[in-house]
Design a protein around this ligand. Structure first.
Ligand code: S3P
Length: 186
């Protein structure tokens, strides 16, 4: 099984993804890290030098490669991965997609000191997060099989919610999952 996490920057995709992967006992992959490994530098620098379109092209290539790679994994995607129809199709048809949904206000609280995300290096990052959320929320929903409200619960609670959802859907064998979150998988 492939699981993919989509959602706004700062919504916990990487943190939740890592724990989910550990619980299920499959590798964790982060499309932004794969992109940075490929370009040999940071996404922020790449945006500055080549612009957003070039970044999006690379993002599509990397997502296509990761979701069609044989074997199970949990994949965290960049917040803008859902902007392209092709990425949404690739993710939706090759993985079970979970949308980690947060409010712009909660995201702002987590990201207000962040300097790594190029789209948020503006005078009013909260207004920007509201705009992006408004634009992207319908796209995340369209791409996802399940929506998890991630504003309030802790990471552990979110991971448990995701595991429960997957078990209920018959997508996950409960005997493969460590008994409690935080425990190492057997
Ligand atoms: C982006 C989010 C980032 C990264 C890039 C663009 C976006 O990923 O892919 O800076 O468009 O929202 P995170 O969601 O992991 O921050």
């Amino acid at each position: 099984m492939k699981l993919a996490l989509v959602g706004m920057p700062g919504g916990g995709k990487s943190t939740v993804g890592k724990q989910l992967a550990r619980q299920i006992g499959v590798p964790f992959v982060d499309s932004d890290h794969e992109i940075e490994a490929r370009i040999g530098g940071s996404i922020k620098q790449f945006f500055e030098r080549h612009g957003e379109d070039a970044f999006r092209d690379l993002e599509t290539e990397v997502i296509a490669e990761l979701v069609t790679r044989p074997g199970d994994c949990v994949l965290a995607t960049g917040g803008g991965a859902v902007l392209r129809d092709r990425n949404r199709d690739l993710l939706h048809s090759n993985a079970t997609v979970l949308y980690l949904r947060s409010t712009p206000e909660d995201l702002f609280r987590r990201l207000k000191h962040d300097t790594t995300r190029p789209l948020l290096q503006v005078k009013d990052p909260l207004a920007r997060l509201r705009e992006l959320h408004h634009q992207r929320d319908p796209l995340y929903r369209r791409c996802a099989h399940y929506v998890l409200e991630s504003a309030r619960p802790s990471v552990h609670a979110l991971v448990n919610m995701a595991l429960m959802q997957l078990e209920l859907a018959g997508l996950l064998d409960p005997t493969r999952v460590a008994a409690t979150v935080g425990a190492e998988p057997v």
